[in-house]
Design a binder for this molecule. Structure first.
Ligand code: PLP
Length: 396
């Protein structure tokens, strides 16, 4: 670390994303860390703690990003970088003991749900899914059920959820989970540590699909976990080494480069999302909208209590028009756009739009006519003009 620990701890997140993970401040040192391409490291004799050993155990290119993300999430320990968000999900789920109970939002990221359901199908764990915005219902799932005397081993949180934008009461639920003896993992992909810090709200582990906002340019697939608990971190690191879901050095370097502009990107895209949500909610082509920043949104008050902003994902339901049901109208809308890119994923500099149910793995409870907008950093009036022409054209 190039900054003293005390000085680094006094810096705001907007500064940390730029200043963390730099090489030492010495004459002729590069100001950016290098990419290290080596599958092994010089050495003989028994491996000691901190030895790099082999390319699957550690790589110097991971370190600056892991340091920076750990600090951003308010951990005293560096993050762990993974090959993808789902590699991080796999590692986090390995913390559920055999036969343990996993409580998960029914609108979690679909890949996380599929993984958990497949583990349950093989009998490795019991999966209980629940509406994460319904605090009482979650508490019921954490407790023993009828003849089944088991309490939950893990509570999985995602807030806002993907794509329904449900808001969990993170502080209340982590308290209940801890009383039940469960570890809490929070997928913080949608919010980034600049908008929400789950460790401070009681979560034991934080998960990111680094693919999204943290790297921010839709050119990298990576994931990460953060925890302040040394034993949990050691277990996760062991899982990463043995299961091998490690990051490539090029991707790790690109993620750090993307992280440098995170604060600016988040600030711009959040501001634009708020403007677009307001304008969309007033358009007759929209029959429903979810955005926690709207005062009428069911998650608004909760979001205000635990987030510093409202994120930059907006979900709308498209009204049927003459000759087209809502799903077909949504497909037509997506096809009529010129600036917005029709593509899956989110959190990049470019604005992306997608009808979620085009994926067969998407839960059936996600409405067919629901379109998810990931607001990028383009000019907000250009983004609106494109949406408006496509919405207006639906009727013609
Ligand atoms: C994309 C995503 C994931 C999975 O991450 P990958 O990098 O695609 O493996 C997990 N959680 C959320 C909320 C996501 O958006």
């Amino acid at each position: 670390m190039s900054l003293s620990e005390r000085y680094a701890a006094s810096l705001s997140a907007e500064t940390v994303v730029v200043a963390a993970g730099r090489p030492p401040r010495k004459r002729d040192e590069p100001v950016n860390p290098p990419i290290v391409l080596s599958s092994t490291y010089f050495g003989s004799g028994p491996l000691a703690d901190g030895d790099r050993g082999y390319g699957r155990y550690s790589n110097p290119t991971w370190d600056p990003f892991e340091e920076a993300l750990g600090q951003l999430e308010g951990s005293t320990l560096p993050a762990l970088l993974y090959a993808s968000g789902l590699a991080a999900v796999s590692s986090a789920l390995s913390l559920v003991p055999a036969g343990g109970v996993l409580v998960m939002p029914s609108h979690s990221y679909s890949g996380s749900l599929v993984m958990a359901a497949e583990l349950a199908q093989k009998g490795f764990l019991e999966l209980r899914t629940v509406d994460i915005a319904d605090t009482d219902a979650v508490k019921e799932q954490l407790a023993p059920r009828g003849a089944d005397t088991r309490t939950a081993s893990m509570l999985w949180l995602e807030s806002p959820t993907n794509p329904m934008l449900g808001i969990a009461d993170i502080r209340e639920l982590t308290g209940a989970a801890h009383r039940a003896g469960a570890i809490v993992v929070t997928d913080n992909t949608f919010s980034t540590p600049l908008v929400q810090q789950p460790l401070g709200l009681g979560s034991g582990v934080v998960l990111h699909s680094v693919t999204k906002y943290l790297s921010g340019h839709s050119d990298v697939v990576l994931g990460a976990l953060v925890t302040s608990n040394p034993d949990i971190r050691a277990a996760l690191l062991h899982h990463r080494i043995i299961h091998g879901g490690i990051a490539g050095p090029f991707e790790a370097w690109l993620a750090l480069r993307g992280l440098r502009t995170l604060a600016l990107r988040v600030e711009r895209s959040q501001a634009s999302a708020a403007v677009l949500a307001e304008r969309l909610s007033a358009h007759p082509g929209i029959e429903g909208i979810r955005f926690p920043g709207l005062p009428q949104d069911p998650g608004h008050e909760r979001a205000k209590n635990q987030m510093t902003g409202f994120g930059s994902i907006v979900c709308v339901q498209i009204a049927p028009v003459a000759g087209l049901d809502g799903a077909d109208a949504a497909d037509k809308l997506v096809r009529s756009l010129e600036l917005w890119l029709p593509a899956t994923s989110l959190g990049g500099v470019e604005s992306l739009i997608e009808r979620r149910r085009r994926h067969s793995a998407e839960p059936l409870s996600v409405p067919e006519n629901l379109v998810r907008l990931s607001v990028g950093i383009e000019n907000v009036d250009d983004l609106w003009a494109d949406l408006k022409q496509a919405l207006d054209s639906l009727d013609g």
